[in-house]
Design a protein around this ligand. Structure first.
Ligand code: GAL
Length: 674
């Protein structure tokens, strides 16, 4: 690929992401060519030490850094020391998360991928070697802030990269010239962004873990009766004969007619998604096949598979394809592939776990989610159906993977930050909603989830839909609300998601073709405006919308608008950019803004998407003159678009109020009318 520079130091580890699962770089025709490397190799220092390797990369004045995968506690990374380590329960801003990725983006216009499956320690402009020796009298400071501030002043800042237990590494630099270009290049290098099936972008509901087949059918029926738009219905652990660890076998007492249930759900317009994880129970049909490759520690009595081994991947692939995909299951929620050792009831396996392949536990922690994503890829191709699925841990080079991260944690502010940080490293994040302590909290959380990569209510802890009762204890007790006020509010929010589906589908298709993430920090689009760098509570959705989420218990907030004119998406009110504006916000109000000149292909909401759905567009104009936007048209479900069965549809809006659609491409169906 053009303008990508790989510098090799020492003897790199064989078990790196690139060497283990590689990539098929997508075309980078959209990006500037022959952009020079940000550094010559000689500017980077490399040392082999007793503990592992130590590298330094120079830092420039005023440069800011982003990335490192999913980071729930901070967005801007300069001045931080981060230990990238997989952990499902991070409590502080230390670098651990469900999906850390050793990829850094710089406002100086480059990206740096550290190709390792080991935990990495990065000190980003925090260490300056021998600084005290340079600065006379530093030891005489009489307070701690002065004492430590001295170190910042001594210059020569660098990123310090430490990787234990290896003798070398490849550093891969992605040139810009802008940070946005560098991010797009990294995602294209990974294979390009994912285009989910259209139904995946609809709304999801996950049912109570103890639900039975008749509960599932009854809930699905009531969702349709209430007119709640819903595309995907998810089952939680209870569908299996044994879930912690997993047998991957249907519990026939609770689900006596699986085939009939899937068919009935399909007729009612629901795709089914199954909860699973990767620790294999001794009663599982694939246990014997996996045993020779497993690690020498167990989790919940199940073996820990090694998906770096082709035979182990093949055994999962074969079983999942036959048992689930061929039966019509649309995808999975791949839980627990992270690990947590720092909570009251720790669970996981040691970093020193030995696997027959030569991998150890530390590497497996970093690779497990990512390798499973790869494992099922050929299965979806075989049935010619795309998936959109959930996973609790992912990692490097993940842009083409149809998986969205989620968490048991529940801080709304952290969840919003997750949408932003995931977008710096080829990841997608769902700020999930469960039961709530107040109705207002439920509404605020829902507003954000429908404006995120995946719109889902995770009802795994409650027997009745959250819109019938948001309070966990009352829901469990069957004390359901007597009127339908909350149902109507939830319906309206879910409908907003459906109105944006054509817009979102296009934003994902751009991700696929250009590597530009559909949900991203303002700093990506406005890198020349440093006021965007620290913003951790607003993000771009596609090229034309900006969202400013409301936290719970607030009646207003300030929103920063980059230079140019902006419009309130709902009221059309014009707002001048280049500054902050304060808003008073009612409980049902959503702070969504459109850029000057935008034409948003808003659609009438449908309850669910099928291959025959035709969206009726009611476009929204923001600005004067003739406005245009482009839509992606295909069957929305299969891989046929790769063979050319897709259209680019141009929607044109004239000032006199007329709209027209023109199509270019090889898809014969029609998905949009005005
Ligand atoms: C958790 C997961 C939850 C739910 C639960 C079921 O680990 O994050 O969303 O699926 O398992 O046991």
């Amino acid at each position: 690929m053009n303008s990508v520079y790989c510098y090799s130091f020492g003897t790199p580890d064989e078990a790196s992401p690139l060497r283990l699962y590689g990539t098929t770089p997508a075309d980078d025709v959209c990006l500037p060519k022959d952009v020079p490397a940000p550094f010559a190799k000689e500017e980077i220092t490399f040392r082999l030490r007793k503990r592992g390797i130590l590298l330094t990369v120079p830092v420039r004045d005023g440069e800011q850094f982003f990335g490192l995968g999913l980071q729930l506690k901070s967005v801007a990374q300069r001045g931080k020391k981060k230990h990238l380590r997989v952990n499902s329960d991070p409590t502080l801003d230390l670098g651990d998360s469900h999906a850390p990725v050793p990829f850094l983006l710089s406002t100086a216009g480059y990206g740096l991928f550290i190709d390792t499956s080991r935990d990495v320690i990065l000190s980003i402009a925090t260490h300056v070697k021998d600084s005290f020796a340079d600065k006379k009298d530093a030891s005489l400071a009489d307070n701690t802030s002065d004492l430590y501030a001295e170190r910042e002043l001594t210059g020569g800042a660098h990123i310090c990269i430490e990787i234990p237990a290896v003798g070398g590494v490849d550093l891969i630099f992605f040139a810009g010239p802008t940070m946005k270009d560098a991010l797009m290049r990294y995602n294209l290098f990974s294979g390009g962004g994912v285009l989910p099936p259209m139904w995946g972008l609809g709304n999801w509901y996950r049912t109570w873990t103890s639900s039975t087949e008749s509960d599932v059918l009854a809930q699905a029926k009531s969702i349709r009766e209430d007119g709640i738009p819903c595309d995907v219905f998810g089952l939680e652990p209870g569908w299996q004969t044994h879930a912690y660890s997993c047998t991957y076998v249907w519990n026939k007492e609770k689900y006596p007619d699986v085939e009939g249930m899937i068919a009935k759900m399909k007729d009612d317009g629901f795709r089914m998604n199954l909860w699973t994880h990767l620790y294999v129970h001794p009663d599982s049909p694939i246990y014997r096949e996996q045993l020779p490759f497993a690690g020498d520690y167990r989790v919940w009595g199940g073996l820990v598979p090694d998906l770096s081994v082709p035979e182990a991947r093949e055994s999962f692939r074969r079983y999942y394809e036959k048992t689930f995909l061929e039966a019509g299951i649309s995808g999975f929620k791949v839980d627990e592939c992270d690990g947590s050792d720092y909570i009251r009831f720790p669970w996981s396996y040691p970093e020193a776990t030995d696997f027959p392949s030569g991998l150890d536990g530390e590497q497996t922690h970093n690779l497990m989610g990512r390798l499973f994503e790869r494992t099922l890829e050929p299965a979806y191709r075989a049935v010619n159906r795309r998936t959109f699925s959930l996973i609790r841990s992912s990692g490097a080079l993940a842009a083409p993977m149809p998986y969205v991260l989620y968490s048991d944690l529940y801080d709304l502010k952290d969840f919003i930050r997750g949408v932003i940080t995931a977008g710096f490293s080829g990841l997608l994040w769902c700020p999930e909603v469960r039961q709530s302590s107040t109705e207002e909290e439920l509404i605020r959380r829902l507003q954000t989830v429908v404006l995120s990569p995946l719109s889902m209510i995770n009802g795994w802890m409650i027997p009745h839909p959250v819109w019938k009762q948001f309070d966990e204890a009352k829901n469990k007790n069957g004390e359901l609300s007597e009127d339908d006020t909350l149902t109507k509010r939830v319906k309206a929010i879910f409908e907003l998601r459906m109105t944006l589906l054509p817009y979102l589908y296009r934003a994902y298709d751009e991700y696929r073709q250009t590597g530009l993430p559909p949900f991203r920090s303002l700093a990506v689009d406005y890198t020349s405006d440093p006021a965007t760098y620290e913003i951790d509570d607003q993000y771009m959705i596609g090229n034309d919308l900006m969202y400013a989420p409301m936290l719970c218990g607030r009646s207003g907030r300030e929103v920063y608008f980059p230079a140019g004119n902006w419009y309130n998406y709902f009221t059309g009110e014009k707002i001048e950019g280049g500054k902050k504006t304060a808003f008073t916000v009612g409980e049902d109000d959503i702070l969504l803004f459109a850029k000057e000149g935008a034409l948003i292909p808003t659609a009438l909401p449908v309850t669910n998407v099928t291959a025959d759905t035709v969206f009726i567009l009611v476009p929204k104009r923001f600005g004067e003159g003739t406005l245009t936007c482009t839509l992606t048209e295909d069957d929305g479900e299969t891989f046929d678009f790769l063979g050319g069965k897709r259209n680019d549809v141009t929607l044109t809006s004239s000032e006199d109020g007329t709209f027209s659609l023109t199509r270019r491409g090889g898809y014969e169906g029609i998905r949009y009318t005005v």
